[in-house]
Design a protein around this ligand. Structure first.
Ligand code: AMP
Ligand code: ZN
Length: 113
């Protein structure tokens, strides 16, 4: 996707602070962290939002969730705890239209709901 910020981050055209990478997924530090630990995890394949997840591309979503424990461990929050957040669409405040999951930790905020 030519004009997609996260596709450009995945390709290296835009620099990022990499946390994890493999064939299917890429994780990097959020540029405006909302918690002491804040990473963004994306599939390398372009999916616009959670609305775009299908049986054909859901392997990339599974790959993200399979790697979340290792990424949380790498970031030092696997035992203290963390939150996984996906914002889908305008009402949820999604600003980058490439499916991504926020990993937020390092605070003792408890539940949000
Ligand atoms: P969302 O608002 O859920 O769509 O999340 C998009 C996230 O991308 C926000 O938390 C931004 O701070 C983050 N972001 C935007 N540009 C960059 C960048 N160049 N590097 C790292 N994170 C970014
Ligand atoms: Zn993209």
């Amino acid at each position: 996707m030519e004009d997609c910020l996260f596709c450009k981050i995945i390709s290296g055209e835009i620099p990022s602070s990499k946390v994890y990478e493999d064939d299917e997924i890429y994780a990097f530090r959020d540029i405006e962290p909302q918690a002491p630990v804040h990473a963004v995890i994306v599939p390398k394949t372009h999916i616009s939002s959670a609305n775009g997840i299908t049986p054909e591309n859901s392997r990339a979503v599974a790959a993200i969730f399979e790697k979340i424990p290792a990424i949380a461990r790498e970031l030092g929050v696997d035992e203290s705890g963390y939150r996984i957040v996906n914002n889908c669409g305008a009402d949820a405040g999604q600003t980058v239209m490439h499916l991504h999951f926020h990993l937020l930790g390092g605070t003792q905020g408890g539940k949000l709901y």
